[in-house]
Design a protein around this ligand. Structure first.
Ligand SMILES: *Cc1c(COP(=O)(O)O)cnc(C)c1O
Length: 306
């Protein structure tokens, strides 16, 4: 593994725990359901975002880049995690934000608070995000600028996400996680043995067509034992229903685990539906990855009991 430069002490893996759910929650339909609390890693650089960023940050620092540029929407966990991590390592950060906002979101305010310079572009223009000329215009000193793709979706992001395997013991038969770009899924699939099946829950519509793209980033011999579950989108990305909010509140009351409204709530809801439909064997052990994202709950805090 590449050495990590700079001070990573403020993000401490010792904060991460594996929390078993009670039999009451999974009604003894399987041998166990545990939650990997990556949300406890850090309040801003939460969960999988740190793993996708760490090798990108290390590369930028080790190669003398001064500025990091990345992309995201107004509620992007990736954008704010990058802002924070860049500041932590003394790098300048620039965020290219898709869409024009009448008022900045709480997430965007946080990005600025962590020193990120924001550039708002229309959705059409955002399509050019890979365009070198466009990026050149955004940064005065292009040569010392390192570009992290949206969602940290590059080889370093996947390799970094693969490091989450350190928390995944052999006893688990299924690993559940929420999918955005599929970077975390691909990175973990590349690392975990094929006896452990990965269930990727997509919190947006029309996710089925993504499977081929995700496979493209998985080693040929590992392009199986994973599945994209597309039913639990609740109307689309960032959309919610009263039933989902009620589920989050009930889950918190029963487990004291706060789920986020965009990703992990939909995954846990899906797991519970699958348990009720008896889609697992009684000897199965499921590890659900809580990938963080709790900063995004500020937009619904009036609806939540936590
Ligand atoms: C970004 C994010 C994901 C999606 O991760 P990908 O690697 O892009 O698939 C899942 N959960 C949370 C909480 C996130 O913030």
């Amino acid at each position: 593994m590449m050495p990590i430069s700079g001070n990573t002490d403020t993000i401490d893996e010792r904060n991460v725990v594996i929390q078993p759910l009670s039999k009451f929650w999974f009604q003894s339909k399987v041998a166990g359901v545990d939650v990997l609390r990556l949300d406890l890693l850090h309040p801003v650089v939460s969960g999988n975002k740190w793993y996708k960023l760490r090798l990108n940050m290390a590369y930028a620092i080790d190669n003398g880049f001064k500025t990091v540029v990345t992309f995201g929407g107004g509620y992007s966990n990736h954008l704010v995690a990058t802002a924070y991590a860049a500041q932590m390592f003394g790098l300048r950060s620039v965020g290219v934000v898709r869409g024009v906002y009448a008022e900045p979101t709480a997430t965007l305010n946080d990005c600025q608070r962590f020193g990120m310079e924001l550039h708002f572009v229309t959705k059409d223009f955002y399509g050019n995000k890979g365009d070198a000329e466009f990026l050149k215009e955004l940064t005065a000193d292009f040569d010392s600028t390192y570009i992290v793709p949206e969602g940290g979706a590059n080889e370093r992001g996947r390799t970094g996400a693969g490091l989450i395997d350190r928390f995944v013991s052999k006893k688990y038969t299924h690993i559940a996680l929420a999918v955005g770009t599929g970077t975390t899924l691909a990175g973990l699939r590349n690392k975990l043995p094929l006896q452990q099946k990965i269930l990727g829950f997509a919190p947006f519509k029309n996710a089925g067509s993504m499977a081929a793209d995700i496979n493209h980033h998985i080693l040929p011999e590992k392009q199986r034992a994973w599945e994209l579950l597309v039913k639990w989108h609740f109307g689309g990305f960032g959309k919610r229903t009263p039933e989902l909010v009620e589920f989050m509140n009930d889950f918190y009351r029963e487990t004291h685990i706060p789920l986020d409204i965009v990703y992990t709530s939909k995954m846990m809801f899906g797991i519970r539906d699958m348990l009720e439909a008896c889609e697992f064997n009684s000897a199965d052990r499921i590890l659900c990855i809580h990938s963080g994202g709790l900063q995004g709950n500020s937009s619904v805090k009036d609806l939540l009991v936590y």
